[in-house]
Design a protein around this ligand. Structure first.
Ligand SMILES: NC(=O)c1ccc[n+]([C@@H]2O[C@H](COP(=O)([O-])OP(=O)(O)OC[C@H]3O[C@@H](n4cnc5c(N)ncnc54)[C@H](O)[C@@H]3O)[C@@H](O)[C@H]2O)c1
Length: 259
C-alpha cells in the first residue's frame, strides 16, 4: 500500500470505481495524493470502494448510480465534478461493459450494440462532456482503456464485439490527442492484457483451458495480470511525469501482444 505524492494537487475523475481496474485506480490515485471523484452504475459496489478508501483514511467522492451510456448522466457527472472541485485534471475512463459471443450466436442488439455502447459510446460521451472543462483548465490528461484485444485475437475467446469496441477506443484516443494537443489536453490509452477482475474472474476460474491459453500467450508466463499492474501505468499517464506523452497506447500485458 505505497503512499506517495506523484498526483499531489491533481483532481482525478475515475469511472467504474466499483470493481477491478477502476476501483484500483481510484484507490491508488488517492494514495498518490489525488483528490478522487468517482462513479459507477452499481451503487453497492461504488459505496464499497468509498468505504474502503475511508478505512485507509482516504477520501473518494462518488456519484452513483450513474449510467455513462446515457448522455445526460455523462453531463450530470461532469457538472457534479465542477460543482465539487471546479473540474478535474485527469479523466480515467475505466467503466465498461462487454458481451461475449461467437459470430454465429452474436445477437445484434443484445451483444453487438450493447458492447459498442458499453465500451465505445460511453468513452466518447464522457470525453465530449469533459472537454470544455479540460479546455477551461488549460489542459489535462485523458486515460482510456483499449485492450490487448485491440491488437490481437486470443484463441478460445468469443470477443468479436469487444475487439471492435476496443479497436475503436484505440483509434479514437489518437484522434483526441490530435484535437487536444493545442489546448494542452493529452489523451493516451492503456491496453491491458488479461487482468483478473469481476469481468474475467468467473471465466478464468471455470475454464482452465482459457487460463492456460492466456498464460501461454504471455512472454512473462508466471501469472495473470492484476488491477495494480494497470493502475501503476495510469498513475504515470495521469502525472506530470508523462507531460510530453500523448497519442500513445501503453500495452501492459506481460508481452502478450509482442509475440
Ligand atoms: N479485465 C481485463 O482483462 C481487461 C482487459 C483489457 C481491457 N480491460 C478494460 O479495462 C477497463 C476496466 O475493466 P475491468 O475488468 O476492471 O471491468 P469490471 O467489469 O471489473 O468493472 C467495470 C465497472 O464499470 C461499471 N460500469 C459498467 N458499465 C457502466 C456504465 N454504463 N456506467 C457506469 N459504470 C459502468 C461496472 O459496474 C463495474 O463496476 C474496461 O474498459 C475494460 O474493457 C479489461
Amino acid at each position: 500500500m505505497a503512499h506517495s505524492s506523484r498526483l499531489q494537487g491533481k483532481v482525478a475523475l475515475v469511472t467504474g470505481i466499483g470493481n477491478g481496474i477502476g476501483q484500483c485506480c481510484a484507490l491508488m490515485f488517492a494514495r498518490q495524493g489525488a483528490r478522487v471523484l468517482g462513479c459507477d452504475l452499481n451503487t453497492l459496489a461504488a459505496q464499497h470502494t468509498v468505504e474502503q478508501a475511508l478505512a485507509e483514511g482516504l477520501c473518494i467522492d462518488s456519484l452513483h448510480p450513474c449510467d455513462l451510456t446515457d448522455p445526460h448522466d455523462a453531463q450530470r457527472l461532469v457538472q457534479w465534478a465542477v460543482d465539487l472541485h471546479e473540474g478535474f485534471d485527469i479523466l480515467v475512463n475505466a467503466a465498461a461493459f462487454a458481451a461475449f459471443a461467437w459470430i454465429e450466436e452474436m445477437d445484434y442488439h443484445q451483444h453487438w450494440r450493447k458492447t459498442l455502447a458499453g465500451e465505445l459510446d460511453l468513452v466518447f460521451l464522457l470525453c465530449k462532456a469533459a472537454w470544455p472543462v479540460l479546455k477551461a483548465r488549460g489542459g489535462g490528461s485523458i486515460i482510456n482503456f483499449a485492450s490487448a484485444n485491440a491488437w490481437m485475437s486470443l484463441k478460445g475467446s468469443p470477443a468479436l464485439a469487444h475487439c471492435a469496441g476496443k479497436g475503436g477506443v484505440l483509434a479514437m484516443t489518437r484522434q483526441l490527442a490530435m484535437e487536444g494537443g493545442p489546448r494542452g489536453i493529452r489523451a493516451n490509452s492503456i491496453s491491458p492484457g488479461l487482468i483478473e477482475t469481476a469481468a474475467t474472474r468467473a471465466h478464468l476460474a471455470t475454464d482452465p483451458h482459457f487460463h492456460k491459453t492466456a498464460l501461454d500467450h504471455q512472454l512473462l508466463p508466471q501469472r495473470i495480470g492484476q488491477p495494480e499492474d494497470i493502475a501503476w501505468a495510469a498513475i504515470y499517464l495521469g502525472s506530470d511525469e508523462s507531460s510530453w506523452v500523448t497519442g500513445t497506447d501503453l500495452r501492459v500485458d506481460a508481452g502478450a501482444t509482442a509475440c
